[in-house]
Design a protein around this ligand. Sequence first.
Ligand SMILES: [Zn+2]
Length: 1077
Amino acid sequence: MERATLLRAISSSSSPSVLVSARFFSRSTHRLSRLPRRHRLILNAGRSSLFRRHIGLVSAASRPSLHLKKHFSNFSVQSVATSNPQSAPEALGADDSVAEKLGFEKVSEEFIEECKSRAVLYKHKKTGAEIMSVSNEDENKVFGIVFRTPPKDSTGIPHILEHSVLCGSRKYPLKEPFVELLKGSLHTFLNAFTYPDRTCYPVASTNTKDFYNLVDVYLDAVFFPKCVNDIKTFQQEGWHYELNDPSEDITYKGVVFNEMKGVYSQPDSILGRASQQALFPDNAYGVDSGGDPEVIPKLTFEEFKEFHRKYYHPSNARIWFYGDDDPTERLRILSEYLDMFEANSAPEESKIDSQKLFSEPIRVVEKYPATEAVDSKKKHMVCLNWLLSETPLDLETELAVGFLDHLMMGTPASPLRKILLESGLGEAIVGGGVQDELLQPQFSIGLKGVSEDDIQKVEELIMSTLKKLADEGFDSDAVEASMNTIEFSLRENNTGSFPRGLALMLRSVGKWIYDMDPFEPLKYQEPLKALKARIANEGSKAVFAPLIEKFILNNRHLATIEMQPDPDKASRDEAIEKKNLENVKASMTPEDLAELARATHELKLKQETPDPPEALKCVPCLSLQDIPKKPMHIPTEVGDINGIKVLKHDLFTNDVLYAEVVFNMSSLKQELLPLVPLFCQSLLEMGTKDMDFVQLNQLIGRKTGGISVYPFTSSVRGKKDPCSHIIVRGKAMSERSEDLFNLVNCVLQDVQLTDQKRFRQFVSQSKARMENRLRGSGHGIAAARMDAKLNIAGWISEQMGGLSYLEFLRSLEKRVDEDWPEISASLEEIRKTLISKSDCLINLTADGKNLENSEKHISNFLDMLPNTSPVASIPLSARLSPVNEAIVVPTQVNYVGKAANLFDTGYKLKGSAYVISKYLNNTWLWDRVRVSGGAYGGFCDFDTHSGVFSYLSYRDPNLLKTLDVYDGTNNFLKELEMDDDALTKAIIGTIGDVDAYQLPDAKGYSSLLRYLLGVTEEERRVRREEILSTRLNDFKEFADFIEAVKDKGVVVVVASPDDVDAANKLRPNFFEVKKAL
Ligand SMILES: [Zn+2]
């Protein structure tokens, strides 16, 4: 149930799972395509409890993105600041009398030990707005404003409003101030989310001046947006009829309309929606706040305005401030806005009714669009969903339920997950276990890739397994492993690329929004201690069995969703839409049609006319003086232990040791590459001579903070050979570093690669995952495909994570039964080739004392590694044929890509390229592909290592039209006019990316990647100077080089069969067609 996939892809493990949508699709996402398999950001999709997501890192690989600039980090244990907290001043709250004067009443105040923060809850006396002001030493400051916005129907009002309010406001009367902020601020987070019952606007920055600029733009946007007086914004972001010429057919356009069409093309999200709506037939969750594409066109501008007037009001707002800035200043900024309003009745009207529990279970059968694939029989899905309670759970029960969820489903060794997958009844798990972000908690579990005859068997197996767990309880090692995992993660407080203050805010708002205590969700130490004591005293069975019985086995509020593949659904839906539009046209007079064509033209013109420079000036921007001249320094010492190269980063990590062991993959035989991702999974998920995989998994859980293994491949600038490695990543409390290295050694050397049954599961899971990616992240598949046509590193990655990989998995599925000994021998051969002391590299991040203490364990670890002499690496020259390809899938929206290698045309990398790509994303491509084209996203990406410059679109209603936009880029640049302000903004925004906020382990990891890719400190210094001194002329020069993409670029699209047919009719034989699903 991938409701949160998008945001998760953008950000991190901490993103909310019930999220319906995020406003902005980040271009960095497609980079994940280069990271084959198991990127948890993509795969660990599904609804799951905040609690388990919080600790999710450990069970899956914590895989950073290839982009060096992205932060992908973990927080240090019990620490807010990334520097040693002793040296920082003590955080204070605002003075109470000052708060009074500003119109606020202090409701309560607490020091929260878990995040070392002083938190004060205020109420704005005049309007009733509530404010949580959290002060601490974290420089990554966060602001958020949240409104309760329960929908009454599926027209998507909350979602369309979320998009629209950021399109200009009273003080910032531009087309999109949001985009100006994306262009020119140092934000560490900027987005907006719609939930089933609330809408949330968060921003973050480490620069105080920048932070307050962001806050002001957001406050003005939500309270005084232009969109309520301007139907054109509603049409652009929501929906409208488009008619370019009265003789043509009318079509629907709109950013949200297309975004939701994409969502409704994905079986997993259809299942998620069906589950939620079946569980909550009587309250706001029974409709879709994101919008159902069939219902969205029923929404009127009047209803839209009224929704804003009522709910986007201080009386209905919850506001969050977090970080090391002045708490008085926060209240001062707020009072200016809040004082302009009188209290309204929204708090009553926006209350979420609770769903009464059913007396009998229900069953829903849904169809999803599929093609007539060979094995369409094994394409059913079944998911069991329980609504656990009529009222919210108390914190201790919630924690216990979260713990139970982790025990049953948290790792591959967890019994419910393991038994379902081992049954062979389906390919992959659906339903993410406990979901506790809405008013009432739910539990969901099921399988996909099930044959119709087996549906009942799946249901029975789920029930019998749950019953068995209630009767027999859990293994004590499993309980200890879960406990350690949970404690480690809570203390480490890993928030992925989310600012930590934002993760805390989402946790707090999860209760606060229902008028409960906003402090309580931030405090876990006491309830965790109590739970631990209960388990110790009463035994785990006494704690967990009653929960399974009460909430699941004896709970009649069960909604079973069965999903059936329907080869005709996509064309049927399209036919209905077409018919509706024909009726609309038939009902119009020639004058109406002429008027519509005129309005269409007018809207386009408005969208394509840039804001005047005077208007742009009103968005506050930093100046170049605010920017540090030097690149951020990461302490790196290159030494050796027993002759092996070791990189050490002396950084404060509060006693956690982060370690990477890197092995060279370049001598691996080409035909073994597609097996590498499965090899990595096998290392972590098969057993040794003495331990089965469950025991090994539990041991890792008991002793460490997690271990992951994955391949890493990239081009290296100026070199023919790519950089291609296997990276083993692990972390543990420093005093357990011996255990950590012993376990890494055990994983690498002792695991027996002989478990056929488990391997067969890995193959079907990976296949299901790749098929899901093809529909949901087609841009990633297209990008990987283009890379594979243009360079060797891209080819290697595509073998391990692109369409070629999916094709390989399909043939492998048969071979596992026929040729297992041969496959097992190949896995062993991969191990022999890769795991060797020669050409191995170690990267360590911790503070000096802990680095020193770990040395002897590393030395022992290295002594145990085999010392096979390096095989001469086989020069690879493989590429995919450079033809234009259309990968056909059953979808209602397309992903369109075009790329070429700029280094091949003689381009020499300059820092200005970063500024230019970012500028193109936020201007030309945003305006044409998203705003007027109606796609959810359109962007370019320049891989500065390979030289590949690519354009990509995301959930795009167009195909050839988008290619025309791409081809117009060089003209756009050539004719570009830009004043100094706009240029400065572009430069500052780029620096914001380059200097992205990083936590200590992420710093250490970035430094490792730079080392592997040969990026020196000197180069970074030069690049930064080039960025800072970018001139308009650089844009014009760059235009000449990217002309190569227009003239020689290769095109890959993931698209619907109809659109591909139409394109090939218009341009005969333009695409070679590949049917993929
Ligand atoms: Zn959206």
